[in-house]
Design a binder for this molecule. Structure first.
Ligand code: G3I
Length: 503
């Protein structure tokens, strides 16, 4: 368990869903909340600017607006401009405190009930549900156009005693009833559910944690839970959530393998939650972003679900900056939730791990996060990012740099595949001279199409996809190489890779 480790939307935002309605397709609009529309609007803007497509041309004034947008002044508004949400855990019994509520309402546009949706709170005795406290949080959020993360349906902790004493058959029935009743109660109101929480052990075993569910129902309980959840509220994103999985390690690899298996067998899973409880024993590791990237490549969204980083001052700020940048660098990282509004009520209060101090004053960490969300940096990057920046450049280059006189080669490999799709990577290698930009044409196999591509930009015309370097990986020394990757739907036949060119 984690003990040992562990809106208000922009004042400008209300007009944007309307704009989104005009540029998003009907399927994109269908069933979206206003906030999701805002996020989609900004995502569409980002894509349009980055790709420079005809769609971007059509957006005309909007693109200009994005390029000159003023820096947002709240976390929620700044995240929305990045196509993300910025949330916090909320405790119902703090909603009567003015400073708490003002900070919540001003800064955040997503909430997660900290304890009120856990099994012991919702179903303390079998079949007897108490939704009142969680309802207060959900209603508070809905009234302010904030989204809600549901936390959590199946977890070994905060589990009432009666659950653990059931036989396997009765436990299966109880789990089914619990998921069904809870999700039905808030059907259509929860953006994402942590369907299963913390199912893996710490350490190097990569094994499942012992729990009534694991021990009595067997390893399949997780996919059972996800399948039930999907059938109850098909609109909710279904997440697996865990801690100490933030870097590449045995535990995160075990979760990765589970998600990969689920995706390959069609078990419904949409997202992976990385709790992000950091301190000196569990520091932010250098491979944080890389770890998010490998999960995203499986075709799931990433959410930072319980972020808190112990410390203070510039050191804490730098760690927050690293984590938020890591999320922004991964296009499928859709949002960040910090685990509380203020240090005063943090579960790790003595470690002062949050963005507002005990008097609700903004900490250096707050400023660092806001700056990063606004596209700025407080410390220059020392190494080039391994994925393209997700923010558009403020002024797009007018003339492309010369490609250099060198040549390049491109080779494809399949990273993983499943029924109806695959992930692939192309390695671009400079010849005996340095190059400054490259282009690789791909011809997609009949019926297949790229659903997302990272580490490069691409345009599609029929079955031909033209892939060009990002602004940070065009320059390659003689013999050096870089890669771009993509997800394909519609079949498993690899694309034909055309001739790499440098002009
Ligand atoms: O509300 C009662 C209060 O009436 C009572 O007097 C008091 C005495 O102990 O307990 C209060 O309940 C506490 C509750 O937090 C509300 O403050 C519980 O004891 C305490 O165990 C509980 O801790 C929560 C913890 O999960 C339980 O595992 C933390 O608030 C909550 O932040 C924490 O959240 C977890 C995530 O759900 C999962 N990931 C790890 C994260 C941190 O542990």
């Amino acid at each position: 368990m984690a003990e040992k480790n562990a809106s208000k939307v922009s004042a400008r935002a209300p007009s944007k869903p309307t704009a989104a309605c005009t540029i998003l397709t009907t399927p994109q609009r269908k069933g979206r909340t206003t906030m999701e529309m805002q996020v989609l609007w900004h995502t569409a803007m980002r894509k349009a600017v980055v790709l420079g497509t005809a769609g971007a041309m059509a957006l005309g004034g909007m693109v200009a607006m994005a390029g000159t947008a003023e820096a947002a002044t709240t976390l929620g508004a700044a995240a929305t401009q990045q196509g993300r949400y910025f949330g916090t855990a909320v405790a119902n019994n703090r909603l009567s405190e003015t400073d708490y509520v003002n900070t919540l309402n001003t800064e955040f546009n997503s909430v997660t009930p900290e304890n009120e949706m856990k099994w012991d709170a919702l179903e303390p005795s079998r079949g007897s549900f108490n939704f009142a406290n969680a309802d207060k949080i959900v209603n508070h959020a809905k009234a302010r156009n904030m989204q809600v993360r549901g936390h959590t349906l199946v977890w070994h902790s905060q589990l009432p005693g009666w659950v653990g004493s059931l036989s396997a058959d009765e436990l299966r029935k109880a789990m089914t009833t619990h998921i069904t009743e809870v999700m039905t109660h808030w059907k259509g109101q929860i953006a994402a559910w942590d369907v299963v929480n913390e199912a893996y052990q710490d350490g190097s075993s990569g094994a499942r944690r012992s729990s009534p569910f694991q021990d009595k129902l067997g390893a399949g309980y997780i996919e059972e839970a996800f399948k039930i959840a999907r059938s109850v509220d098909p609109a909710a994103k279904l997440c697996y959530n865990d801690y100490n999985t933030d870097g590449v390690n045995a535990k995160s690899t075990a979760v990765y393998n589970m998600v990969k298996d689920f995706k390959s067998r069609g078990v419904p899973i949409d997202c992976v939650g990385f709790q992000g409880h950091f301190n000196s024993n569990s520091p932010v590791t250098a491979d944080f972003q890389q770890n998010l990237e490998r999960f995203a490549a499986l075709g799931v969204d990433i959410q930072l679900t319980e972020l808190d980083i112990e410390g203070s001052g510039s050191e804490q700020a730098a760690n927050y900056e690293k984590v938020v940048k890591g999320c922004l660098a991964v296009s499928r990282c859709t949002g960040i939730t910090v685990w509380g509004v203020t240090d005063k009520y943090s579960w790790r209060s003595s470690g002062t791990p949050l963005l507002f101090d005990g008097s609700y004053q903004k900490k250096p960490a707050y400023t660092a996060v806001l700056n990063v969300l606004n596209g700025g940096t407080t410390t220059p990057p020392t190494t080039p990012p391994t994925t393209p920046p997700t923010t558009p450049p403020t002024t797009p280059p007018t003339t492309p740099p010369p490609g250099g006189s060198g040549s390049c080669t491109a080779t494809f490999k399949t990273d993983s595949s499943w029924s109806g799709g695959y992930n692939g990577t192309v390695t671009v290698k400079a010849g005996s001279s340095a190059i400054t930009r490259w282009t690789v044409p791909l011809t997609m196999a009949s019926g297949t199409s790229i659903t997302s591509l990272w580490n490069a930009t691409h345009t599609t015309s029929g079955s031909t996809v033209t892939v060009k370097n990002s602004n940070w990986n065009g320059s390659l020394a003689a013999g050096a190489s870089t890669t771009f990757s993509f997800t394909v739907n519609g079949g498993n036949t690899a694309p034909t890779v055309g001739t790499c060119s440098t002009s």
